[in-house]
Ligand binder design. Sequence first.
Ligand code: ADP
Length: 365
Amino acid sequence: MTRQLKILHIEDNVADAGLIARELKQSGIDFTIKVVETKNDYSNALKNYNPDIILSDHSLPQFDSIEALSIYNENNFQIPFILITGSVSEEFAIRCIKEGADDYILKNNLIRLPSAIKQALKSRQVEADKRKVHLELEATNKELNTFIYKAAHDLRGPLCSIMGLTNLATMEGEKENLKDYIHKISESTLKLDAILLSLIDVMTIKDTQPVLNEIDLKSLVDSVIKRLKYIEGYEALKFKIKIENKKGFFSDESILNSVLYNILENAIKYRNMSHPGPFVDVKISNTDTGIKIEIEDNGIGIDGDIKDRIFEMYFRGNEDSKGSGLGLYLVANGIKKLGGTVCVESKLNNGSVFTIVLPSNLILT
Ligand code: ADP
């Protein structure tokens, strides 16, 4: 045990309380103890003393261990509760265990108390770990279900449109009109492809363990911008890049590539068409433990009402968005994988700044 154990002890007999404290001291347990003897003091101590374990005598003038257990259960405490009593019938001991007590110790066998405490703390820790894993699994499962449901729904849109257009095209007699159908079919196919690529990216980021390598940030940013050349509107934007990385930076290049691509793609997609000089600024600087990347645009900006939702799965905050709504979800997941943080500052019609802070895993101070 690395920190002092906080014990809440329900006991009205000063001599017994002393004996128990002595037994614990002798065993080498590092602890502080608060002794209470009334129901009121016990309830207050549960709230304010924040104990790690409860030791309870069975019968006190004002209340008893069964009542103490029921208050403990009502408040859903997950700390060990050990009954320490002068004598106890087997039925009573079983009842206490059923009510939630971890163990019971007879006062004439206090030597067993330290190991009972250690065992109860260990079991509770195992239970807490299991509960945490269970909750995480439940959340992942829920997220996966939403993901599949929405993916299927999203894929059906362009697919239905392709099916409808193909039907119309087969009935079309005019050769000239066919070109128009083929163009529309091609647009829907591209959309389908974009959705599938985002889905593959999301799954890849979720599944892979980061591979750490030293990253040449300048060439990474350059290569991402080069890939963006085919996005509509790219030509209109002026890119300014300033990289001040004086230390080596180690991270997973392919995840970072995907993160930067998605944020920069949005800066192009959500540029302000009526602005005479649309720009994107990429600034990278060192922090104590890694780097900070700031990506600023003077685009259409993000409404305060939706700012907190833009990193959600399938969230599209814009009626004109032709994207999958997965770009920033992918960014958030990628940054989490790299042990960093991402946030956004933005005002409607006033541009946006995405700030990413990343640790350089091999230069942690
Ligand atoms: P989408 O496929 O819709 O682009 P994203 O997950 O990439 O999905 O982004 C979610 C939403 O966040 C977008 O629909 C848009 O409303 C908003 N958004 C993201 N980046 C920007 C930006 N640079 N400027 C303005 N709005 C943005």
